[in-house]
Design a protein around this ligand. Structure first.
Ligand code: NAI
Ligand code: MG
Length: 480
């Protein structure tokens, strides 16, 4: 008797009330798009179509921006912070009330495990609205002058890795500071944003304060170029971030960008190794590795390399990959065929360039997009898998001999979003923290998020901060 199998513990889909067809949410109502073009969003775990989604064009964008402008001028800019806060609190409570429904819809549309949507994505989204509701009537005490002023109409574009959470990171601070919003979710994961539109209706949010337009990259590009946008906030790839920065440079429109990363997780010889193994696993396999701040490079002190690797492989062998709606699942589906192809391409480059690949033994389902948790050893800094963002469950392992070498290798990247330090010595952690060029540094833990804590990076990881008092500044005119 050594093998105990888990019985499946499936969350029911019955609570997810997904329509067949969605319009655009403009001025408080769902309306048909101008060109009637549609695209499908699928469940990446089984490739089934979930719903048909409207593809907004320039005419729709103009309508949404006009609705946001009118709501700003007539209602939202005139309302006191105390009144705005009531709407944010109401939205936060509605997200909590409907959290199970949101968790199921997010898992279906994105492929991420229900354990994560239930325990992380949805509660953190509600927490962002609660936190920012608290700021709305205290902005004059936040250090932005005694009359902080909103930008006006904000265009927001978000990616598919944390659909509702990225919406919350964008919309909550924008509304708290008195802006109105036109937001575009990613094309593969629009459903929770459309469900959020229902929450805005339920909360009686004045029409036009939040507008949700769906579409692809062309819709996003057209939105950022609309002449009546006062500020742009984008989360996504560094490539698209650069395009947006370039196109907005002409008009000098304020912009915040949250882009990619290639975070280093540094394990020193004195680290509590078992605890570090858990942190490394969480750092790279959380959300299938579709995390901009993932700890995708493991830097191991050379003398613990072999011991650590055998512990890591043993732990990886216990990771459960499969149905995202099963509460036992650790790793769900890769979000799209395109993302899976990108992971395969980079992983093949790792093998071609001479690194050694090892994947956890797991059963890959017949349908859907999947990638087994994988590590590469013998990786050098020149390898593509050490330099480029894979955005999948793939860890590149490098070694170092001295603390200085660890810092140099960790900082040797065009990015600078996150880093992790594992050591028993407080002084070493503080020393490393002072020398690492990363916006977020975790010590003896990883991937911890809180609305009060600012998030953002150096270099090609982006411009500006989200969350905390620093994040508010991005939505206040002239604030730094
Ligand atoms: P992407 O940057 O193309 O998409 C993100 C969002 O931007 C989506 O809503 C998309 O419709 C929109 N968009 C696309 N082109 C645009 C344009 N020209 N102007 C305005 N908006 C535009 O990212 P994609 O293609 O989904 O993923 C590609 C790679 O980007 C991934 O493999 C990953 O490495 C990285 N990525 C990083 C993210 C992060 O949080 N750091 C999030 C998503 C992707
Ligand atoms: Mg989908």
């Amino acid at each position: 008797m050594s093998d105990f199998e888990y019985a499946p513990a499936l969350e029911s889909k019955a609570i997810a009330n997904i329509s067949k067809d969605y319009g655009l949410f403009i001025n408080g109502k769902f309306i048909a798009s101008h060109n009637k073009k549609r695209f499908e969003t699928i469940n990446p775990a089984n490739e089934e179509v979930l719903a048909k989604i409207s593809l907004a064009d320039e005419v729709d964008i103009d309508k949404a921006v006009k609705a946001a402008r009118a709501a700003y001028v007539k209602v939202w800019s005139k309302m006191s912070g105390k009144e705005r806060a009531k709407y944010l609190f109401r939205i936060a409570r509605l997200l909590q009330e409907r959290s199970r429904e949101f968790a199921v819809v997010e898992s279906l549309d994105n492929g991420k495990p229900i354990r994560e949507t239930r325990d992380i994505d949805i509660p953190l989204s509600a927490a962002h609205f609660f936190y920012h509701a608290g700021w709305a009537d205290k902005l004059e005490f936040a250090g932005f002058g005694d009359k902080p002023k909103a930008h006006g109409v904000v265009a927001q574009i978000i990616p598919w890795n944390f659909p509702l959470l990225m919406l919350a990171w964008k919309i909550a601070p924008a509304l708290a500071t008195g802006n109105t919003v036109v937001l575009k979710p990613a094309e593969t994961t629009p459903l929770t944003a459309l469900l959020f539109a229902e929450v805005c209706q339920q909360a009686d949010l004045p029409p036009g304060v939040v507008n949700i337009i769906t579409g692809d990259g062309s819709t996003g590009a057209a939105l950022t170029k609309h002449p009546d946008i006062d500020k742009v906030a984008f989360t996504g790839s560094t490539e698209v971030g650069k395009l947006i920065a370039r196109s907005l440079a002409v008009s000098n429109t304020p912009v915040t960008l949250e882009l990619g990363g290639k975070g280093a997780n540094i394990v020193f010889e004195d680290a509590p190794l078992d605890q570090a193994v858990e942190g490394i696993i969480n750092g790279i396999f959380f959300n299938q590795g579709h995390v901009c701040c993932a700890g995708s490079r493991l830097l191991l002190q050379e003398n613990i390399h072999d011991e650590f690797l055998s512990k890591l492989q043993k732990r990886m062998s216990k990771i459960r990959l499969g149905d995202p709606l099963d509460k036992n699942t650790d790793i769900g589906a890769i979000n799209s065929a395109a993302q899976l192809a990108k992971i395969h391409e980079l992983s093949s480059s790792g093998q071609a360039e001479g690194a050694d690949i090892w994947s956890a033994p797991c059963q890959i389902p017949n349908k859907g997009f999947w990638f087994a948790p994988t590590i590469f050893t013998g990786v050098t800094q020149a390898h593509r898998i050490a330099r480029e963002e894979i955005f999948g469950p793939v860890l590149s392992v490098l070694t170092f001999r001295t603390p200085q070498e660890a810092i140099e290798k960790a900082n040797n990247t065009p990015f600078g979003l996150s880093a992790g330090v594992w050591s028993d010595k407080g002084s070493r952690i503080l020393w490393a923290g002072n020398h690492l060029k990363a916006g977020v540094i975790w010590a003896n833990t990883f991937n911890k998020f809180d609305p009060a804590s600012p998030f953002g990076g150096y270099k090609e990881s982006g411009w500006g901060r989200e969350g905390g008092r620093h994040g508010l500044g991005a939505y206040i005119k002239g604030a730094k």
